[in-house]
Structure formats: C-alpha cells, structure tokens
Design a protein around this ligand. Structure first.
Ligand code: XMP
Length: 325
C-alpha cells in the first residue's frame, strides 16, 4: 500500500543502486520539488551529494535564508551558495519588457549554474565521479514532456533554468512517480520545515517579473517589504490554504498622488493578486475578507516608503494570467 515511508525506502534504495559510489549535484530553487528531491538523495547517499543554490537576488524576504539555514539544518546537506545578485542586476539593467526579462534571468541562471557545476567537478578529487544531476521532476512533468527518461530531451523547466544541450550528467529523478501533494507528504516525513514543504507556487524568475518596469535593487527591496507584509497578514488570518497564491506586484513605472502626514506624495501603487485555483491553468480572484485587505493596505502604505496606494486585482484567468508579466 502507498505510504510515504514506503516511497522513501523504495527511492532511497533505487538512488543508491543508481549512483553507487559516484557523486551527484542538485540545484535548489527554494521550491518544494527540488528541496524534497535533494532531501531524498541526501538520505540515500549523504556526502556524495552537493547542492547548489544560485542567489539571483530575486527571492522574497527570508527565502534564501530558508535554504541556507533551515534546509541545511534539517538535512545536513552540503550546500554551495553562489551569490550572483550583482550579475543579475547588471544583466537586467535598463530592461522593462517582460519576455526580455524572463529570457535574461533564464540565461544567466543557466550560465551561473553551469559554472557552479564545473567548479564542483574541478574541486572534486576525482572529477569524473561527479556523474549525476538530481532533478525534482514530478509525475505531471513526466506526462507533459512525453515520458522520456535518461539524460536528454528534458523539457526545459524554467525553475531549473533548462539543461544544456551537451549535458554530461545522468539524471536522478526520485519524484517521477509523485504528484505535488505526495511530494509535500514525503517532504514532511523527511523532516523538512513547513515553510518549505507548504510553500505556495512562486515563479522561477522571482520578483523580477513582479516589478512592472525595470528591475533595480531599490525596487526589489521595496517589493520584498510589501510582499512580506502581505504574506504575514494572510498567514495570520489563516488564509494560506484558501488562497492558491497571492502575487504582490510593484507598478514601478506608475505614480499617483497621495497624501500622507502633512504632505502630498507622489508614489507607486502595489497590486495584490490573490487567486484561487486547482492547477494554475485557470484561476479566479479570491473573495477574501475586507478586513484582511484593509490591514494589508494600511500596513504597506505606512511601512513601505514610496508606496502610497494598494489596489486589488479582480481579474480571473483567463483573461488575466496569474502573474502580471
Ligand atoms: P501565469 O502567470 O501564467 O502563471 O498564470 C501560472 C503559474 O505558473 C507560475 N509561473 C512560473 N513558474 N517559472 C515558474 O516556475 C516561471 O517562469 C513562471 N511563470 C509563472 C505562476 O506563479 C503561477 O503559479
């Protein structure tokens, strides 16, 4: 019968059989899938695994620390963090077009990750032993991409940034038979923190596609603050399970007039986009309690400099996508 215990035991054995005495690399994105895949492989082969986390500077408040501290504490995994914040900011400078931003973030991500892979191979005593790449591919991903296995022909999932053509690693995909809710259960059984296991969907390009306009460090900091307030209040109100996700978007190219304290302000609006959904293919805007909205609005306009207006997105999907870019 299906139990998380059985799944874990079975996968641990399969991973050991596949990897043997060689070494594996796993990219962590901060998301559920890569975290659970890494934790499973860590359980199976321990120090033969090295995880890589690319800090692109587009994460939400506390998320990088969650990977660096909480995930490592829970699993004992060997982690290599690459601080690529400057690199991403530089590459994104002057760019406002959404598709262009996505392309740049994806491209830079692959480059940084490949460099980290090469470094790990170079640093290893027997570099040729680094032969496996762990991926958090789920069953729905397998079905979507035609069910192939092995080394190539993997759908370039934007979270991981896609794989290079000349991939020389064999894939380890311990979640290939699992659905999302099963992955969460396995993660919980493996002792991962709730904040990671129960995390709502978050796009690979991160806050980079939640700033309408050019991405700058100041704007990222501002959006991070507003997003943290919204998440805090949604959690406090017990709405995390009712809401599929709630993008918080900064309209960086828009200003409106406000009055705060004794003076006139000319600041930016923040958009709240709470949605209800089953699979993100379609969605409806969440009819969430007005008092929670009021609290979020008051706090954001009081606590985040340069924001003088909070607006609610009441568009379903279709026609509106969940993200604004
Ligand atoms: P849209 O905006 O297309 O989003 O309605 C549907 C779901 O996908 C997430 N999303 C992404 N996830 N990389 C990801 O891993 C991406 O580039 C990306 N773009 C959107 C979005 O948050 C929503 O859950």
């Amino acid at each position: 019968s299906w139990t998380t215990g059985n799944v874990i035991e079975e996968q641990v054995e399969a991973i050991r059989a596949q990897v043997g005495t060689k070494r594996a690399i796993c990219g962590l994105s901060g998301g559920v899938d890569s975290a659970v895949a890494a934790a499973l492989v860590q359980k199976a082969i321990g120090s033969q695994l090295t995880c890589v986390y690319v800090d692109h500077g587009l994460m939400r408040k506390g998320e990088t620390e969650q990977v660096e501290k909480d995930f490592v504490a829970a699993t004992g995994v060997q982690l290599k963090v690459v601080d690529a914040q400057e690199r991403f900011l530089k590459a994104l400078a002057g760019v406002s077009d959404p598709e262009e931003k996505r392309k740049i973030i994806g491209r830079e991500f692959i480059r940084v990750f490949e460099q980290a892979q090469a470094d790990i191979v170079a640093e290893a005593e027997h570099g040729e032993d680094v032969a496996f790449l762990v991926q958090g591919t789920l069953y729905p991903d397998v079905v979507e991409s035609g069910g192939g296995t092995g080394t190539a022909n993997i759908k370039s999932h934007h979270n991981v940034g896609g794989l290079p053509e000349d991939l020389e690693f064999e894939l380890v995909e311990p979640l290939r038979k699992l659905f999302k809710d099963e992955v969460r259960m396995v993660g919980q059984e493996l002792g991962l923190p709730d904040e990671i296991v129960q995390r709502q969907p978050f796009p690979g390009p991160g806050l980079g596609i939640r700033i309408v306009g050019e991405v700058t460090r100041e704007r990222l900091d501002l959006l991070r603050e507003a997003d943290a307030i919204a998440r805090e209040e949604l959690t406090a109100a017990g709405l995390d399970r009712d809401i599929w996700q709630c993008p918080v978007v900064l309209l960086a190219d828009v200003r409106s007039v406000g009055v705060q304290g004794d003076g006139r302000t000319y600041g930016h609006p923040i958009v709240l986009r709470p949605v209800s959904s089953e699979d993100a293919m379609t969605a409806d805007w969440t009819r969430m309690p007005y008092d929670v909205l009021a609290k979020i609005s008051t706090r954001i306009t009081n606590e985040v400099a340069d924001v003088n207006r909070v607006v609610l997105d009441v568009t379903s999907k279709p026609p509106g996508t969940i993200e604004w870019e």
